[in-house]
Write a protein that binds this ligand. Structure first.
Ligand SMILES: [Zn+2]
Length: 94
């Protein structure tokens, strides 16, 4: 199949993450396993078409309990270990 069928269905370019797993650890820390779209039209995986997103990758979502502001940090492909989680929580507590 060399021909690509054009669909009329439009996909939004806003990269809304697909959350596969979500682990909350209190203190505003959540680890999420996400499938992501890079948003590149030239993406070889064709993630913009919504067919093959990248990942899954782990992200650390931290919510500031006083301001309510959320920051998302890329963690990596591997699930965070308990040691890593404990370290991050200690960092926040200090
Ligand atoms: Zn992509």
């Amino acid at each position: 199949m060399a021909t690509k069928k054009k669909t009329t269905k439009k996909t939004k370019t806003t990269s809304e993450p697909m959350i596969v797993r979500s682990n909350s650890f209190g203190a505003g820390i959540t680890y999420q396993l996400r499938m992501v779209r890079c948003g590149s039209a030239a993406c070889k995986k064709g993630c913009a078409e919504g067919e093959r997103p990248h990942g899954p990758y782990w992200y650390r979502v931290e919510r500031d309990l006083t301001t309510g502001k959320t920051t998302v940090k890329y963690h990596g492909k591997n699930e965070p270990t308990l040691e890593e989680i404990a370290r991050h929580m200690n960092e926040r507590a200090s």
